[in-house]
Design a protein around this ligand. Structure first.
Ligand code: SF4
Length: 72
């Protein structure tokens, strides 16, 4: 399944070094679709499949949180 099959708007995507379409990151490193004020996804109903499978509060989520904010 292509990342954009769920309807991700083109302006939130980019093409990586391997030619794959990925979510674009802004200068702060976070996804371009993330609302910085609310920390909610601005395209929740159209988010990529990977985002749908990523369990909020699950082990991978907590590992990413720890990497971003150590000792928080
Ligand atoms: S769920 Fe998060 S990572 Fe996925 S598109 Fe939305 S803001 Fe980006």
């Amino acid at each position: 399944m292509c990342l954009t099959d769920t309807g991700v708007p083109d302006h939130f995507t980019t093409v990586d070094a391997w030619g794959s379409v990925t979510m674009r990151r802004l200068d702060d490193g976070w996804c371009a679709a993330l609302d910085r004020d609310t920390l909610l996804c601005r395209i929740y109903d159209r988010r990529p499949l990977l985002c749908r499978e990523f369990e909020m509060g699950g082990p991978e989520c907590l590992a990413e949180w720890e990497a971003a904010w150590p000792n928080s």
